[in-house]
Design a protein around this ligand. Structure first.
Ligand SMILES: *Cc1c(COP(=O)(O)O)cnc(C)c1O
Length: 380
């Protein structure tokens, strides 16, 4: 952090920390294949580092396909996991060697049959986002009976049904929340086996939590819960796939911003409004609904503090970061002071707008080598 000065806001991402998180997760999940969800942070250096560490990649668009291939990823290591794809993008990915796709509807399955013939396909199941801070329920997945019907239809369409996928919601705080979906998957595997379709892969998605303000279970607890659940529900264990985004990159990032204004709306207000030079439009999308509570650090944290409402710099009133969450900041804080936002490596640069109110998109510096070293494996 100290090495970087210059105009705020900016993000600093420590690549060796990404390597350490990758090794912790891949180690905990044993033989599972790990697909990095590129949308969490699509920086080429970071993707190249993960290629060197042996990761595979979950991509959602044509440009994420290009990014991974340019970073040296084998097309066979890409999974096109978005269940909402343009036909032209399916054709594009298929022409570049991508052979693994996810669908959750009859129409998408038909599109895959036409534009990605011969590919392996996962069917995504609806999953409750309960227990997570950023649910991905409702919009993605289908009911189990529909999944059975669609996977059963896949071979006749010239596709290879390999398994099912689901996502229990991002920043999922409870490792036990994978169990209901794994049980459901096991029933689908059994039902299809009875009609001669042998599924082989179980994609347990992402959702593994990172420490923000409150501590979360260690990655080993997630892996142990998932693996125990698979043993419990499956007679023949499928190959496991995990798709972490946030867990791999959040911890590595520190976002430095600056206080622009501190004010009160009435003379007697106890709560101060603290306006930062970053907000919802500048990369802090995860504060939507006050879902993610980032840890904030200032140079005055040793002194007395008081309650605050924290807002971004734009001319939009949705650009309020925390109003209900009981944040406190030092009374000594002044305009021009820095505020460091910890755990900001995920979903920040990838979600900043290109220039709402003329404010430049978030800049980022990537520090440390993009070549993994043996030392990264030693832990802290
Ligand atoms: C975003 C996403 C992920 C990553 O989720 P995290 O909660 O960041 O781990 C994994 N799989 C799919 C399909 C996604 O859309």
């Amino acid at each position: 952090m100290a090495a970087h000065t210059g105009p705020t806001p900016f993000l600093v991402v420590d690549l060796p920390t990404v390597a350490r998180c990758y090794r912790a997760l891949a180690g905990a999940f044993g033989s599972a294949r790990v697909f990095y969800a590129v949308k969490a942070n699509p920086e080429p250096r970071l993707v190249r580092l993960l290629v060197r560490l042996g990761a595979s990649f979950d991509v959602a668009s044509r440009s994420e396909v290009d990014l991974c291939l340019a970073a040296g990823a084998d097309p066979a290591s890409l999974s096109y996991g978005n269940t909402v794809k343009k036909a032209s993008d399916i054709r594009y990915a298929h022409a570049r060697g991508v052979r693994l796709f996810v669908f959750d509807s009859a129409e998408e399955l038909r599109k895959l049959a036409e534009h990605a013939p011969g590919s392996q396909v996962f069917c995504r199941l609806l999953a409750s986002g309960e227990g997570s801070l950023w649910p991905l329920s409702r919009k993605f997945g289908c009911a189990p009976d529909m999944a059975v019907e669609l996977l059963r239809a896949a071979p006749a369409l010239g596709l290879d049904p390999v398994g099912v996928s689901f996502h229990v919601g991002s920043q999922q705080l409870d490792p036990a929340r994978w169990d209901p979906s794994i049980a459901q998957a096991a029933r689908i595997f059994a039902e299809l086996e009875s009609v001669g379709v042998r599924l082989r892969m179980l994609n347990v998605g992402g959702g593994f939590a990172t420490d923000y303000l409150r501590p979360v279970p260690p990655i080993d607890a997630y892996a142990a819960a998932v693996r125990a659940s698979v043993r419990r529900h499956f007679r023949v264990p499928p190959s496991l796939v995990a798709e972490p985004g946030r867990y791999l990159v959040a911890e590595a990032g520190v976002l430095r911003c600056e206080v622009v204004l501190i004010s009160r709306k009435h003379h007697h207000d106890e709560k101060r409004w603290v306006y930062l030079d970053i907000g919802r439009y500048g990369g802090l999308i995860d504060t939507e609904g006050e879902a993610i509570h980032y840890r904030l650090v200032t140079a005055h944290d040793d002194g007395p503090g008081g309650p605050v409402i924290i807002a971004g710099p734009t001319c939009d009133s949705v650009d309020i970061l925390y109003e209900r969450a009981p944040y406190r900041l030092p009374l000594a804080l002044r305009p021009g002071d820095h505020v460091d936002i910890l755990g900001a490596g995920a979903y920040t640069v990838s979600s900043a707008t290109v220039g709402f109110n003329g404010m430049a998109p978030l800049t980022a510096h990537y520090i440390g080598s993009e070549f993994p070293s043996a030392a990264d494996a030693d832990g802290e």
